[in-house]
Design a protein around this ligand. Structure first.
Ligand SMILES: C[C@H](OP(=O)(O)OP(=O)(O)OC[C@H]1O[C@@H](n2cnc3c(=O)[nH]c(N)nc32)[C@H](O)[C@@H]1O)C(=O)O
Ligand SMILES: O=c1nc2n(C[C@H](O)[C@H](O)[C@H](O)CO)c3cc(O)ccc3cc-2c(=O)[nH]1
Ligand SMILES: [Mg+2]
Length: 298
């Protein structure tokens, strides 16, 4: 059994590779939930839905959200009704989100997601980090913004001073999932808003210290491959580099995989992480993803 800690869009790219070379029914994906929120009356668990769609091979892998080939009639009609949506949600995607909203109000988020993944024919388990709702605030030079206002409305332009999210309890089988794993893979997701919220859950860091943990750096050179991870790391005083990411994970990380661009950082990072491996981590093709997965799993 392998546990994978996943946030938005970086880790699902790696999961596409892992699921092709490793038995999907032995994968347990623990997913970030701090960015979850209601939009147009529907509960949106963006990171969970991206993992579900990736595992079900229906993900739109240009945007890394939503369903390939989806239509947007409701999204466009809402715009015409002068009730525009912040997130561009497709019609099939909305159906999945409405289904989750209904199931969640009856059974809680974890059970709702488990029902959905089974209906989608997904063999891997998809486990929300928590069943409790968390509010995430990005404190910027133009005021306090909700995560998606910062990301989409303001296109991550404002200067970030601090990020805060409410503490939540881990969902029921997170700790045992980590403890029962031969390996925990931390995918190349945003260390601050995708991975740390999982690590900071009660008991998780301790469980990770007692596990074999491998991470892939989401930073290549001095920038993330996408998204605001660099700004968030800077706001917390971390260097925006693979060394900075290593500093965030060093208390529990056994092996760190960095990109060939960062070969010169290897010796430095080996002062804080036991084993550092240098390879291509820029996943453009499915063979890049499978190759990186193979290197992680060997
Ligand atoms: C909106 C999202 O950004 P954010 O929420 O900050 O980050 P996520 O946790 O959602 O994931 C994006 C994260 O992943 C890194 N990434 C993406 N593709 C690659 C890749 O091919 N290789 C690699 N080493 N890292 C990758 C990226 O740098 C981000 O930090 C978003 O960006 O969509
Ligand atoms: O930047 C965007 N991200 C969109 N996302 C992605 C989401 O905001 C981010 O990828 C995650 O929060 C990053 O972890 C969506 C996710 C969904 O599940 C459904 C719809 C969207 C729509 C958008 C969008 O219009 N723009
Ligand atoms: Mg994210």
């Amino acid at each position: 059994m392998i546990a994978i800690l996943s946030g938005g869009t970086g880790t699902p790219k790696l999961i596409q590779g892992i699921k092709n070379i490793y038995n999907p029914s032995d994968l347990n994906i623990i997913v970030n939930t701090v960015e979850n929120d209601y939009f147009s009356g529907v509960y949106v668990a963006a990171d969970i839905d991206t993992v579900l769609y990736t595992l079900a091979d229906i993900i739109n892998d240009e945007t890394w959200y939503g369903i390939e080939g989806d239509t947007f009639f409701t999204n466009e009609s809402l715009e015409k009704l002068d009730c525009p949506e912040l997130l561009r949600i497709g019609d099939q995607d909305r159906a999945t989100k409405i289904q989750k909203t209904i199931l969640m109000e009856k059974y809680g988020l974890s059970k709702a997601v488990d029902i959905q993944r089974k209906k989608m024919g997904i063999e891997s388990k998809v486990i929300p980090m928590s069943d409790e709702h968390s509010e995430i605030i990005v404190k910027t030079d133009i005021g306090h913004l909700k995560f998606h206002e910062f990301l989409i409305k303001h296109q991550t332009k404002p200067k970030v001073f601090e990020i805060e999210y409410t503490d939540v309890n881990p969902s029921s089988n997170i700790i045992e999932t980590i403890e029962n794993s031969e390996m925990v893979i931390i995918g190349p997701s945003n260390p601050i808003t995708s991975i740390l919220p999982i690590v900071n859950l009660e008991g998780v860091e301790k469980a990770l210290k007692n596990s074999y943990v491998v991470a892939v750096s989401p930073i290549i050179g001095n920038n993330p491959v996408s998204g605001p991870a660099g700004k968030f790391m800077e706001s917390m005083g971390y260097e925006v580099s693979s060394f900075g990411v290593a500093s965030i994970y060093k208390s529990f990380l056994d092996k760190f995989v960095i990109d060939v661009v960062d070969t010169k950082l290897k010796n430095n990072i080996e002062n804080i992480i036991e084993e550092v491996l240098v390879t291509n981590t820029n996943m453009k093709t499915i063979s890049d993803k499978e190759e990186l997965a193979r290197i992680l799993l060997e």
